[in-house]
Design a protein around this ligand. Sequence first.
Ligand SMILES: C=CC1=C(C)c2cc3[nH]c(cc4nc(cc5[nH]c(cc1n2)c(C)c5CCC(=O)O)C(CCC(=O)O)=C4C)c(C)c3C=C
Ligand SMILES: [Fe+2]
Length: 413
Amino acid sequence: MKVSRRGLLGGGAAVAGVGGAFVAGRTSSPATADVANVGGGQPAFPFRGTHQAGVVTPAQERLHFAAFDLTTDSRDDVVALLQAWTDAAERMTQGEGAGPVGPTEGAANLPPDDTGEAIGLPPSGLTITFGFGPGFFERLGLDDRKPAALADLPHFPGDTLDPARSGGDLCVQACAQDPQVAVHAVRNLARIGFGAVAVRWSQLGFGRTSSTSTTQSTPRNLFGFKDGTANVKAEEDAALEEHVWVQPGDDGGDWLAGGSYLVARRINMTIEVWDRQPLEDQEGFVGRTKAGGAPLSGGQESTEPDFTMPGSDGPVIPEDAHVRVVHPSENDGIRMLRPGYNFVDGSNALGGLDAGLFFIAFVRDPGKQFVPVMNRMATTDALVEYLRFTSSALFAVPPGAGPGEYVGQALLA
Ligand SMILES: C=CC1=C(C)c2cc3[nH]c(cc4nc(cc5[nH]c(cc1n2)c(C)c5CCC(=O)O)C(CCC(=O)O)=C4C)c(C)c3C=C
Ligand SMILES: [Fe+2]
């Protein structure tokens, strides 16, 4: 029997169970993905819109992030790639196969236009977000369209980057409630891109480390601390315009307005060393309590830290505590949207966890926001002793595609 993801989903609740019940609702109103349902793994977020999905979308539980290198210098090839990627991404985010035929419905003597591992799975809140790295512009002769803010990130003190998993000409961020759905998306985009792009590196992530919406509870990173408390939230319209979305008057705003910049940093945590630190020291390194996430100066998780409050030996929030070092009040008001993910890539040669935080930040200008805060963190933050920065990349994230458009059309058309 030949079955497709689409066929099963459209076939109704008898086969798809809860998913089938959801799909009935989704079909009638695809733009109304219910944030409250995200935990159930069912919604389909609209792919098209003013902004790409996956920036302010309430963070899903799973990530597959992939960086690609161009293997062609032809703009026509790249336009064809982005058209095909846009089409496939729209289909997959709506719970359909990557191609119009389906994983098992095509000719038996041809490779299927979908790889099949998502047959029967619901949309799972899948978002697919595309970005262009600095090399994209150089390779395609588009240097005059490259915003100054898309310069390679500088080397930061303490960086021990692996070049093989840093950089990239394009990126795809696939987030979903189900890891199989996220991996299916990246795998099919890589398959479609054969001849124009090749995967340079990729990273799986789990357990979102930041809340990006006020509808979400604050999750924990692998140090055990609540992360995302003071994040820019999806509901903060004015803050998003000021700190996250590129504006029409910004450099590159002719094609990038409504988009953003994505900074990715794979940060290994020396988990076993951290685990040997006393609780009061751990809390001092972060500047917040481990249990509830309140600032050490008191109050609740949402209380603003009081950096002037004295403690028994200096301020109660130490001078080198992470939340003080990166706080907007210490950084000219700089804020960023940080929807990162935990990762565990097995164990290292010493038997320790190869684990940490895949840090993602969306900012309006990385040179003015990420770089100064990262520099300050690298030089003055107590947390850094327990971190190893192993990968780094920067991408310009174009605005969302409107009806009939492909992602990045304003740049390439
Ligand atoms: C350069 C930017 C940042 C990097 C890199 C970074 C790494 C990193 N952070 C944590 C844990 C926490 N970070 C928290 C807050 C926080 N972090 C940054 C920036 C970077 N973090 C900012 C801008 C903020 C918000 C500061 C504020 O506005 O108050 C917190 C506290 C909870 C929260 O507010 O999110 C924790 C905990 C780790 C473990 C880490 C590297 C692995
Ligand atoms: Fe942080």
